[in-house]
Design a binder for this molecule. Sequence first.
Ligand code: NAI
Ligand code: MG
Length: 365
Amino acid sequence: MANPTLLILAGDGIGPEVMAEVKRIITWYGDKRDMPFDVTEDLVGGCAYDKHGTPLHDDTMAKAQEVDAVLLGAVGGPAYDDLDFSVKPERGLLRLRKEMDLFSNLRPAQCFDALADFSSLKREIVAGLDIMIVRELTSGVYFGEPRGIHTEGNERVGVNTQRYTESEIARVARSAFELARRRNNRVCSMEKANVMESGVLWRQVVTEVHAKDYADVELSHMYADNGAMQLVRNPKQFDVIVTDNLFGDLLSDAAAMLTGSLGMLPSASLGLPMANGRPKALYEPVHGSAPDITGQGKANPIACILSFAMALRYSFDAGSEADRLEAAVEKVLADGARTADLLGPEGGSPISTTQMGDAILAALD
Ligand code: NAI
Ligand code: MG
């Protein structure tokens, strides 16, 4: 069977620095676990603009459509702040998400025991936390028509429209149920069916999809405002949460911060299954290009490394290999390895990006 294919788009700023560590880990899986990947690299963001005058070349877009998974570092930086909106680095990322039709955004909130004291919540509330928020990414109020600002009488009116079709709800619900089957088999769907018709439809469609194809998964429903409260009160009650674009934006940011540093947070964006059964997929850390620390060896590579662990689990059906990589991260943190962003107020001496990569590779061995 042909090797699985990966397109690496390291991007700008610390993107190439953290991706360098991921590349070593990909090589490790080929050498030590007999899981060779065919890796292609290309440009996205400011570096693509510098070379091609566009943040995403058509050839790169075409490659992204063909591979089994795309791994992205970060895009942007002060050098590109004054560019026209149409060629800004972020447009490259947005084009990838749009043309690959990545409607399901996965944001885990996972608390490594060694970092539990980093949380703004009490250790016992977050220790061992492992939940996944599935956010609908390509529809809802950020895209609905009509939209705009107009004048009525003598005042201005701002309009956005929450709009969901049945098929848009059904496909993200399926994505959440499929994930739940690879985790602890529980989905909580969040909307505001009490005050929004789109929420009423959301609840109906999720319930129908569940009854038809996923009755083995435990399903519950919650109003999103209560969901926000419950996330802070007792986050461990959840396994997979599925919600719309707007609520997912807020809930995933809040959940992520239950566990501490931006340098630790991975994400995945999934689309429809391809001919080989794998979903279209893009994996990336949540953080940006961090211009304030670029080129200093200070970047924490763990968010990018955990994004690759998500690729192993959700694109390559290698959940036990993902567990192995996450366990290696857990071990080095437990042993006290800390990049600068992971030092608490008591300080200590930080290790570099490469040293963190070394430690994780040693733990894998
Ligand atoms: P940022 O995430 O790049 O940085 C925020 C803060 O977190 C900085 O102090 C940075 O040093 C720190 N940080 C981020 N990642 C880290 C890591 N792996 N290890 C250690 N510290 C880390 O967000 P910011 O500063 O708002 O944006 C900087 C640039 O990145 C902008 O051009 C922005 O447009 C772009 N950006 C790109 C994103 C992407 O590629 N998906 C997402 C967010 C921002
Ligand atoms: Mg956000």
